[in-house]
Design a binder for this molecule. Structure first.
Ligand SMILES: O=C(CO)COP(=O)(O)O
Length: 255
């Protein structure tokens, strides 16, 4: 069976939320990931690291993918509190988010740091979800495209292809605020990302790299945002903690 590629991808970033009791949310997501939905969209849940293994075990057979939220550049060593990409893969993850704006802001991660983490993800056989996005100040100063292009050039490893790389455009000012850019603004940024990918990813493959939109995606705005050209899915924060909302967002692909 030939698989249409790029397949849309809806990924949930649970951030620092989730206890053992969250198994119920995962079960609801699995139950709601019907054959009809599976035919149209990939689903990935990125829980906190403490839940990666149990979630991965629970999802065997359901095709819900599991991802980490960050990884270290090295494979192992004296890095207290850190996790390597190999450890995430060993725990059953197949994706890892790198360069989320909360890591860039609170952990002072620069593009070069994000790039070596994406390299580590590839080394471990994981798909890297590389996040980029401008702050409110940068948008107001008309610098959005320049900022996003610079982040991409600095953060995307040379060995990237449409299977080991996903780009997530997440305007910092849209995260957790209920604010979203207009469809026209999203289209403009995603077109610039696609163009930049021409230079950064092999010629044959750049058109197939999935570019997700993230920032206050909800069931009520998902259909509009997901229908924008060059939007191949969503990276969902708060709404991914509620199974019905997460599934409704993915349901935008049912048409
Ligand atoms: O940061 C995000 C996903 O990585 C988006 O978060 P919200 O969907 O809560 O705005």
């Amino acid at each position: 069976m030939s698989v249409e590629w790029p397949r849309p991808l809806v990924a949930g970033n649970w951030k620092m939320n989730g206890l053992k009791s969250s198994n119920e949310v995962l079960s609801e997501i699995q139950v709601g990931y019907t054959p009809g939905l599976k035919a149209k969209v990939d689903l990935v849940v990125c829980p906190p690291a403490t839940l990666v293994h149990s979630f991965a075990v629970a999802c065997v057979g359901s095709r819900v993918g599991i991802g980490g939220q960050d990884c270290h550049a090295k494979e192992s060593g004296a890095f207290t509190g850190d996790l390597s990409a190999e450890m995430l893969a060993d725990a059953g993850a197949t994706y890892v988010i790198v360069g989320h704006s909360e890591r860039r802001q609170y952990h002072k991660e620069k593009d070069a740091d994000v790039c070596v983490k994406a390299v580590a993800a590839h080394r471990a056989g994981l798909t890297a979800i590389v996040c980029v996005g401008e702050t409110r100040e940068e948008r107001e100063a008309g610098k959005t495209l320049a900022v996003v292009r610079k982040q991409l050039r600095g953060s995307i490893p040379v060995d990237s292809n449409s299977h080991n790389l996903v780009v997530a455009y997440e305007p910092v000012w849209a995260i957790g605020t209920g604010l979203t850019p207009t469809a026209a603004d999203v289209a403009e940024v995603h077109a610039a990302i696609r163009e930049e990918l021409k230079r950064l990813v092999g010629k044959a493959d750049h058109a197939k790299v999935r570019i997700l939109y993230g920032g206050s995606v909800k069931p009520s705005n998902a259909a509009e945002l997901m229908s924008v050209e060059n939007v191949n899915g969503a990276l969902v924060g708060g709404a991914s903690l509620v199974a019905a909302d997460f599934l409704a967002i993915a349901g935008a692909y049912l048409g």
